[in-house]
Design a protein around this ligand. Structure first.
Ligand SMILES: NC(=O)c1ccc[n+]([C@@H]2O[C@H](COP(=O)([O-])OP(=O)(O)OC[C@H]3O[C@@H](n4cnc5c(N)ncnc54)[C@H](OP(=O)(O)O)[C@@H]3O)[C@@H](O)[C@H]2O)c1
Length: 297
């Protein structure tokens, strides 16, 4: 495929939410959407950081329409309050970019008692998407883009240890959460089809991109300048999933270069486990229980 952001049409009245929009791939996703004229909601847990990121964005896109709204994905109450504030101001939602994530933090439990990586990368986005569903399905052509990773290939859903009840492996928790991102996307898209909704769910991964994500790993931070692409390039698969004209629900985009580490976006394949119907359904039900929110049943 030949995706070029330059060829994307002006976005007019379209509205986008980018979780983790204050940093790395999320910030570049916001910048590109704003450059195309979309109204961008930079959803961020740290307002100070987000306001600084907004200033940075405005330097490169002076006429950008960007608003910062507080969203802490690891606190389910913050997700609810974000959706309330968004709903008060916006009556449409064209692009929900589930981008925010943490990688390899030390073991930590959230306010609701869930393991931080799973709670941030998957559960918070599950709730966010559900609470925004009405806005999405009432907006023609809307898309939910969830950002996964090459690391999903090492992922295994260990439902008996989802909250690190027995053991905690930083790498295992991250890979599991990124597999969960893909299981969620595929299941969400199946359920949207069953409900005859026009909204589609799509996934993306940025290969290896130089961002703050690697903060907990000295080796990745050291190797970043050698292997990582810049965040603007890392944002292209997400932007392609959101904006390319011929995208179908359930598709997955990543870099076209060697081992999908860098390069322009193309359609890529997830491992077979990401398409497993039984695992996806089990994850969905558990996510409903854990978040206290059911949708698309
Ligand atoms: N960089 C890569 O090579 C790479 C590879 C594969 C996949 N990814 C994925 O790409 C996505 C974006 O990561 P990035 O590389 O751009 O890293 P990043 O620069 O660290 O950005 C991550 C963003 O997520 C936000 N975040 C973390 N916890 C949050 C929470 N509880 N609530 C709300 N926001 C939260 C961070 O906020 P703060 O700024 O406040 O920390 C930051 O804005 C992630 O899903 C990641 O898994 C990245």
């Amino acid at each position: 495929m030949n995706f070029s952001i330059e060829q994307v049409r002006e976005q007019g009245d379209r509205v986008a939410i980018v979780s983790g929009g204050n940093s790395g791939i999320g910030l570049e996703t916001c910048r590109a959407l704003a450059r195309k004229g979309a109204q961008v909601v930079m959803a961020s847990r740290n307002v100070e950081k987000a306001e600084a990121a907004k200033l940075d964005l405005l330097k490169s896109v002076p006429n950008a329409r960007v608003e910062v709204l507080t969203l802490n994905l690891s606190d389910l109450n913050s997700v609810k309050s974000f959706v309330g504030k968004f709903g008060d101001k916006y009556d449409r939602l064209d692009y929900l970019i589930n981008n925010a994530g943490v990688m390899f933090p030390p073991l930590e439990k959230t306010l609701q008692g869930y393991e931080l990586t799973f709670a941030t990368n998957h559960l918070g986005h599950f709730l966010l998407t559900g609470l925004l569903l009405e806005r999405l399905t009432s907006t023609p052509g809307s898309r939910v883009v969830t950002v996964s990773s090459l690391a999903h290939r090492q992922g295994k859903m260990d439902f008996s240890n989802l909250n690190a009840e027995n053991k905690y492996s930083k790498t295992g928790a991250y890979a599991q959460s990124k597999l969960a991102n893909l299981l969620f996307t595929m299941e969400l898209d199946r359920r949207l089809r069953r409900a005859n909704a026009k909204t589609i769910a799509v996934a993306a991964h940025p290969g290896w991109t130089q961002t703050n994500l690697q903060v907990h790993t000295k080796i990745f931070t050291f190797l970043n300048p050698y292997f990582g692409q810049g965040p603007a390039d890392g944002a292209l698969p997400s932007l392609c999933a959101a904006l390319a004209p011929d995208v179908k629900g359930g598709e997955y985009f990543g870099p076209a270069g060697f081992m999908e580490i860098k390069g322009p976006p193309k359609r890529v394949k997830a491992i077979a486990a990401a398409h497993d119907l039984e695992t996806a359904s089990r994850l969905w039900k558990l996510s409903e229980q854990m978040s206290g929110s059911s949708y698309l049943d």
